[in-house]
Structures are given as C-alpha cells and as structure tokens.
Ligand binder design. Structure first.
Ligand SMILES: Cc1cc2nc3c(=O)[nH]c(=O)nc-3n(C[C@H](O)[C@H](O)[C@H](O)COP(=O)(O)OP(=O)(O)OC[C@H]3O[C@@H](n4cnc5c(N)ncnc54)[C@H](O)[C@@H]3O)c2cc1C
Length: 408
C-alpha cells in the first residue's frame, strides 16, 4: 500500500467496483485504490440483492440509467470473461384501477426514451402467471374487504427487464481493472476507513482503523448503508451528511407452487408490493415492510413471511399456500429520505469528495451507469453519456427532487 493516492474509493460493493473499472476505462491517469473492510468484495448489500433490473421507471433519469446499464450488462459476460447470470426474464407490474390510469400515461415517455413496455390486459396477466386470478370474485368477501384487495385493472410488462448476479459482476470489474491497470489500480481488502480527513474544506486523505493515514487527492464514497456513519465520524454536521437511512429488506426462497409453468414467469409484482421471480428451481419472494424502522438489524423473520406475504399471495394465486420457506435473509437498503433515489456527484461543501450512495433498493441495476457517470465527472469534469445532475446532493436543499411513481 502506498502512503498516498490520487483517488481513494471507499467500499467494494457493486457501486465501488464499477467506479474503479470505469475510472480507468475513462482514461484516469492517476493511481487509485479501493478500500474494502470485508474479507471479500461485494459480500454486503450487493450479495443480499435480488439482482433484478428493470427499465420501467417513472422518472427519466432512472429510465436512462437503467436502460444504459442493461445494455452494458448484456455484454458483460463476454467483455469481462465472467458469468454473471444475466437473464432477461421480463418484469410484470400489476395495478389496481387508480394507479393504472397514471401508469398508462407513461407509455409515450417510455417510447421516447426507447424503453420497451407493453400494457397488458387481464387475460394476458393470467396467462403469464399460471394460477393468478386478476379479479377478486374468488375471494371470501370478508377477507377481501379486510385485506383491501381490489381487482387488477391492467399490467405493465417490460421484456428487457431481468436479473443478474451483482457480486459476480463486482468481481469481474475488479479483476479486469487489476489485470489491465495493475500499476495504477489497487484493491485492499480487510481495510476499514475510520474517517475521511479534510483541510480547509478539501479532502486530504483517510485514516484507516489500524491507525494508518493515507493521503488522497480525492475520495469517492461508496460504502453503501454505512456511508452516513462514516461521514458523521469524519466530522460532517447533519445538514452536510446524506439524508439516507439504513432500512432492512428481506428475501425468502420457497419451493415452487404445484402449478405448471413457473419456470417461465417474469418477475411479478402483485398486491401490497409483493414480488416474486423464478430462481433456479425455486421462487424468490420479497416485500418491503412499510413499518420497518431504520437501523442496522439484518435478521430475516419467518413470521414476517407467514403474516405479511403468504396469506396475501395465496389469495391472489391459490396454490401458493404450499410454498414453504427454504431459506431467507435480510439486507440493508440505503433509503434516501425525500425521494428514494441515488445521490451521485461531488459534495458541494468539500472539494474532492464524491458521493455514490443512497441507492434505495435499485443500486445494483444502475451500477454500470452510475460508475460510468461518476468516472466521467471525475476524469472530464462533466457528465458525457448520461446527464446525471438530477441525482446531485444539492437537490434536497433546492427541493428539486426526483419523484418516482413506479415503485415496489
Ligand atoms: C434484500 C435486498 C434486495 C435487493 N434487490 C435489489 C434488486 O433486485 N435490484 C437492485 O438493483 N438492487 C437491489 N437491492 C439494492 C442493491 O443491493 C444495492 O443498491 C447495491 O448493492 C448497493 O451497492 P453498494 O456497492 O452501494 O453497497 P454495498 O454492496 O453494501 O457495498 C458497500 C461496501 O462498503 C464496505 N464498507 C462500508 N464501510 C466501510 C468502511 N468504513 N471502510 C471500508 N469499507 C467499508 C462494506 O463492507 C460493503 O462491502 C437490494 C438490496 C437488498 C438488501
């Protein structure tokens, strides 16, 4: 390890590793190191992810970032010579009548940005998801009333959506960066940054947990849900820290229902934001708990599946009551308080500090575009491929938020 670097990246998840590769790919001439405190890369949030990607978004920046990223991921295996399980299985959102009217209005923007999206009638939803009943007549009226079920009004299908393995991609980025730029791109595992050091409002370096001080011309913060803690430990007051909370999300893997055809379903989003996809002979199922408090707890709870997911799923898809949990885990979303979108770009109050945080549950899918955009900003001084200024830190003070309506 050197005593100083031109750039230090903090965090070796899918975001930090994408930035490392993209800096070099954009022609960054200096030396750069990535510090990851874990024993391996991408073992935290990036490994807990469902790895799903979609370009069906309501905001233009998310449509653009994900469209660009999907294109990049589609050739990743060939370019980086590593399998990442890239698979376009599609996404099917289902909607109750009121949101359906709003979602239909996005179609012209989808067409304009080049997002392939199909409005799907009810019979087609039932065909795509065997056993699913789009209406509510089959339900007990009391349960229907109590649980607030409504008949679906329509679906939105994205054929270019799918999933990949973010941890494998992180490995691919890093191995290639080290292979091609061995002299100037370093990665140090088991290396925790204790604080970022500043002098007269400028980045001076970082202090590691082992006490060592490393000089840095710039620091890129990609420490996932721990980014806010690190900035606080570095002396940033609340109003200069990230407006982001760590919030637990859980995933459950069950056997398939005894209904033929589940190998070919898209990722499906139904009532209460319950989502599921086929995953190597099983179903992977999740749902964001709106009651979940912020904090670093990552324990998964079988009771949550049994109380908040299974009963609703079996009403909508009779037969799924036989889906039993085989494994489950929790991980942390970094939820940006005001608009649930990433924070990317230079910190306005500290010269040399760059942020790539607050991805609010969609960091894996935009990681190629986020890495490229930030690398362009650092190397060229401005965005070149996608104008990512919408994600700047200043948007909160300016109340120029990125409002996203197509959420899970
Ligand atoms: C259950 C679940 C499901 C999800 N599903 C999806 C999905 O389907 N699609 C999608 O796009 N996104 C999904 N996400 C979100 C996605 O996983 C994240 O947005 C993404 O992984 C963020 O990557 P990251 O590199 O910022 O964070 P991380 O992967 O958490 O990486 C941050 C790294 O920084 C390291 N670090 C922290 N502090 C320090 C320090 N002080 N010094 C050194 N290293 C440090 C950590 O050890 C960690 O490895 C999901 C998340 C969860 C929890």
């Amino acid at each position: 390890m050197r005593d100083s670097y031109d750039l230090v990246i903090i965090g070796g998840g899918i975001i930090g590793t994408s930035i490392l590769w993209n800096l070099k790919a954009q022609g960054f001439m200096g030396n750069v190191t990535l510090f990851e405190r874990g024993d391996a890369l991408a073992e935290e949030t990036s490994a807990k992810s469902a790895g799903a990607f979609r370009n069906l978004w309501g905001s233009r920046i998310n449509m653009e970032m994900s469209t660009c990223s999907i294109k990049f991921l589609s050739t990743f295996e060939k370019e980086f010579d590593i399998p990442i399980g890239f698979h376009k299985h599609g996404y099917l959102f289902t909607f109750y009548p009121e949101p359906w009217e709003r979602v239909k209005a996005y179609k012209p923007t989808f067409d304009e940005v080049g997002v392939r999206a199909e409005l799907v009638p009810l019979e087609e939803i039932e065909r795509m998801v065997p056993g699913l009943k789009a209406g509510v007549d089959h339900m007990d009226p009391e349960i229907r009333e109590f649980a607030g079920f409504q008949p679906f009004a329509g679906g939105l299908y994205g054929p270019d959506c799918g999933s990949f393995d973010p941890s494998a991609a992180a490995k691919g980025y890093t191995e290639r960066a080290q292979r091609e730029f061995a002299e100037s791109a370093e990665v140090h595992l088991r290396t925790e940054v204790k604080r970022i050091e500043f002098e007269s409002g400028k980045v001076k370096g970082v202090q590691l947990s082992n006490g060592r001080r490393i000089g840095a011309g710039g620091v890129i913060l990609a420490a996932g849900p721990w980014s806010m803690q690190l900035l606080a430990a570095s002396g940033l007051p609340d109003d200069e820290n990230l407006p982001v909370d760590p919030i637990k999300r859980q995933l459950f893997v069950t056997n398939l229902p005894d209904i033929p055809g589940y190998e070919h379903i898209p990722l499906v989003i139904i009532d209460r934001g319950i989502y599921f996809k086929y995953e190597t002979g099983n179903l992977q199922i999740g749902r964001a708990d709106p009651e979940q408090k912020s904090g670093f707890d990552q324990d998964a709870s079988l009771a949550y599946y049994k109380d908040e997911i299974a009963p609703y799923m079996q009403e909508r898809i009779p037969g799924t009551e036989h889906c039993n949990v085989k494994s489950m885990w929790g991980g942390l979303y970094s939820i940006t308080r005001d608009d649930h979108n990433g924070i990317l770009g230079a910190h306005p109050a500290y010269e040399g500090l760059y942020l790539a945080c607050g991805w609010s549950g969609h960091g894996a899918m935009v990681s190629p575009a986020a890495g490229q955009a930030l690398a362009e900003l650092v190397v060229h001084g401005s965005y070149r491929t996608i104008d990512a200024r919408a994600l700047r830190f200043e948007r909160f003070a300016e109340q120029d938020l990125v409002i996203e309506e197509i959420v899970i």
